[in-house]
Design a protein around this ligand. Structure first.
Ligand code: C5P
Length: 297
């Protein structure tokens, strides 16, 4: 299975609900940074991770939780060895853990031939994490509720991105908690900002308009927890990005640029500023979790 990362084009955070989650108006775009997840039959459940440090291989791994949840819903033994080849930055706000969970669901479903219906798979995905349904969906989508209620967004065009990766991740829960600390009572009660500008820019297929309206309510909290991000975000304007946005809960910062060629020159200029650990280029939207044909690289 190959499963993409996401970037948030609009992340409007509304009131905190009684279950602790926040109401969102969240426009996701799947981008061409991928994890590859392989499921092979085994007596017991185990997981192996390549391509990144710091990913847990115990029960806290979301792919392990996905395999267990599916096995229990389908009434089968969770016999599988999962291999996660990481291409998505870890704890970077690009939903790498959610991507692995989505891919594990589909891969184990195929391996075990569970025959669970799509609605069950979608419910399992939502229970695993707010971003897991989107990793199955791919493309561009609006997520409401806590982010798990998806509707496809009609849009045109290919968008080109450069991502600045930071040293070390940020915990999503910690960033939301910091946002709660920063917000006044009135701010905390206001509904999530509507993504009208982003939706209009996507309908028009206009990257310049999209660049102007990229927005993330979590950004101030991420910057507060990681003040170095201010310089990374500042680099977007300095280097002429169409738009700059913290991806999800950060610390990855996304720069929208005009073309694939521009993403190469932008990435090298960004490297010259020495404000981030590493840099990736990608385009979107791309498809969600997919089974790779056997002859793919
Ligand atoms: O759903 P997920 O497990 O990815 O969420 C991780 C944490 O992020 C939650 O425990 C919660 O603290 C925070 N969160 C939130 N509101 C959302 C999504 C996530 O407060 N809509």
């Amino acid at each position: 299975m190959r499963v993409p990362a996401k970037v948030n084009l609009h992340l409007g955070v509304g009131p905190r609900r009684s279950d602790g989650y926040h109401e969102l108006a969240n426009v996701f775009q799947a981008v061409s940074l991928y994890d590859e997840v392989t499921a092979t039959r085994a007596d017991e459940l185990s997981v192996e991770v390549t391509g990144a440090d710091g990913v847990p291989v115990d029960e806290s791994n979301l792919a392990v939780q996905a395999a267990r949840a599916l096995a229990s819903a389908a009434g089968v033994e969770p016999g599988v060895h999962l291999r996660l080849a990481k291409g998505i930055p870890v704890a970077g706000g690009m939903a790498g853990g959610s991507a692995d969970a989505a891919a594990a669901l589909v891969a184990c479903d195929a391996l075990w031939g569970t025959g669970v219906d799509r609605a069950t798979l979608a419910a399992l995905a939502a229970a695993l994490g707010s971003d897991v349904p989107f990793a199955l969906h791919g493309g561009t989508a609006l997520g409401t509720g806590r982010g798990e209620l998806l509707s496809a967004v009609l849009g045109r065009g290919q968008y080109h991105w450069v991502f600045a990766l930071a040293d070390g991740g940020l915990s999503t829960a910690a960033v939301y908690a910091e946002l709660d600390r920063q917000r006044t009572e009135a701010m905390a009660a206001a509904p999530a900002g509507a993504p009208d500008g982003v939706l209009a820019a996507l309908r028009a297929g206009d990257p310049i308009a999209l660049g102007r309206v990229l927005a993330n309510d979590l950004a101030p909290a991420a910057v507060r927890l990681r003040p170095q991000l201010r310089r990374v975000i500042g680099a977007g304007q300095e280097l002429g990005a169409l738009g700059t946005v913290v991806s999800g809960s950060g610390p990855t910062v996304a720069f929208l640029v005009r073309s694939a060629a521009m993403s190469i020159s932008f990435a090298s200029a960004l490297a010259g500023l020495d404000v981030c650990r590493s840099i990736r280029r990608a385009h979107g939207p791309v498809a969600g979790a997919r089974i790779l044909p056997p002859d793919s690289p």
